[in-house]
Design a protein around this ligand. Structure first.
Ligand code: TYD
Ligand code: ZN
Length: 408
């Protein structure tokens, strides 16, 4: 029997389509002494047969995620920094132009986007539940509150600061399981002609693009134009724009306004038509997807085992949350990958969640190059391969696994 659950948005029936097994929280990077405290849960994705929303089958309580071990820093790559500067510049030029504009960011992380807003002297508020990264944002001069966003925080913010012209979120809206609380909060806080902009993992990238490593505890939802339209309508909003975003291997940015207030752009209809070609509820498409993901696992493990048998030196590059999904799904531990390197200071000296592979600095990687390196941060391939040219010039090889396992 295929496991079923109730859709978190429309109460329709969600059918499990991909099982990724027992997993820890993807950004919980442990100090070696804390391994015994690790929390595991079951990770599987399913599709709603009514609204098509791709979502996690199990609950992954948000209170367990953003604790001291949460080590994700959004400004961890040059590409991400430039991306969020562009987002801020555009919002400043197009939306935050009135007498005293106000922007709220849901899950501002280390303040990578709001930094530009703060420097422009525009009123803003970042809401960030993870204390470690909230402190980094504050140290940059960003105004923050250290809590989760929901209806009650929206009521408080509205009372204290007035309505927001823009509510923004990047890779955070998909993590709020309580869609009703989120949308009631947005309704309370947003001005009459304001916009709610969010950019999130895209169901099509995850399924047809085979980026199954986007699936982890934080990402409760994998949105699409169809499912976001359904969500907007339910709460009195309208999807008025959609854009492709290159971050995280290919995301969509959605702009919602109150229904009837703004004219939807041509891009909405165009993307809606593109999605109609892929029926996300089609069992054959989803079965193919699950089979392809299992092939990736088998091929990656076989490759790493044969490299080990040949005595080759192998490591990983980048310890993104995505790597937690891959290493735990594939059963890759320090026996196959003795270490990974990552540029985030807060991750170095810690262990990767579940797999317990030690994390070192990129400097340590450069001191003694391995011969083969699994590029876990594959979405930053251009930036990393350019930065690590010497690694390749010495004849060493990168291994990638999205959309399939390849040596490059
Ligand atoms: P990210 O792409 O934000 O992925 P996720 O959302 O899955 O965590 O994270 C990229 C990780 O890769 C982050 O830990 C920083 C690391 N990284 C490096 O170590 N070196 C680099 O040159 C780049 C670009 C990233
Ligand atoms: Zn649904």
């Amino acid at each position: 029997m295929t496991p079923l659950r109730t859709c978190r948005m429309c109460q329709g029936s969600v059918r499990q389509v991909l099982d990724l097994g027992r997993q820890p929280s993807a950004n919980a990077f442990l100090p070696p002494a804390a391994v015994a405290d690790e929390v595991y849960f079951h990770l599987a994705a399913g599709v709603c047969e009514s609204c098509t929303l791709l979502q996690l089958m199990d609950e992954t309580p948000q209170g367990l995620r953003y604790r001291d071990s949460y080590r994700y820093e959004a400004s961890g790559s040059k590409g991400a920094q430039e991306h969020f500067e562009r987002v801020a510049d555009r919002l400043l030029a197009t939306e935050l132009t009135g007498a005293d504009p106000f922007i709220v960011e849901i899950g501002c992380n280390d303040g990578v986007m709001l930094d530009s807003i703060a420097r422009a002297g525009v009123r803003h508020l970042g809401i960030e539940p993870a204390k470690g990264v909230a402190d980094l944002a504050e140290a940059r001069g960003v105004t923050i509150i250290n809590e989760f966003f929901g209806h009650s925080s929206a009521v408080d913010i509205r009372q204290l600061h007035g309505a927001a012209d823009v509510i923004y979120g990047a890779n955070t809206i998909c993590s709020i399981a309580d869609i009703t609380g989120l949308m009631r909060g947005v309704d309370t806080l947003l001005s009459a002609d304001g916009i709610f902009v969010f950019e999130e993992p895209y169901a099509d990238t995850v399924v047809r693009g085979r980026a199954f490593d986007q699936i982890y505890d934080e990402h409760v939802f994998y949105f699409s134009v169809r499912s976001v339209e359904a969500m907007a309508e339910r709460f009195g909003f309208e999807l008025v724009d959609v854009e492709h975003v290159a971050q995280h291997g290919g995301e969509l940015r959605y702009t919602l306004a109150r229904a009837g207030v703004r004219t939807p752009s041509a891009a909405v209809l165009k993307q809606w038509h593109a999605e109609m070609e892929v029926d996300l509820t089609d069992p054959a498409t989803l079965q193919q997807w699950s089979a392809a993901v299992h092939d990736t696992r088998d091929n990656l493990v076989a490759l790493l085992r044969s490299l080990r048998a040949d005595g080759r030196r192998v490591a990983g590059y980048g310890a993104p949350a995505k790597a937690t999904t891959v290493t735990n799904f594939c059963g890759i531990g320090p026996d196959l990958l003795p270490f990974v390197c990552d540029s985030t200071p807060g991750k170095q000296g810690r262990l990767m969640p579940g797999s317990h592979i030690p994390i070192v600095s990129p400097g340590a990687f450069r001191d003694d190059y391995p011969e083969f390196v699994v590029l876990f941060a594959w979405n930053h391939a251009d930036e990393i391969i350019a930065k690590e040219q010497a690694f390749r010039e010495l004849g060493n090889k990168w291994i990638v696994y999205v959309p399939e396992v390849r040596i490059i």
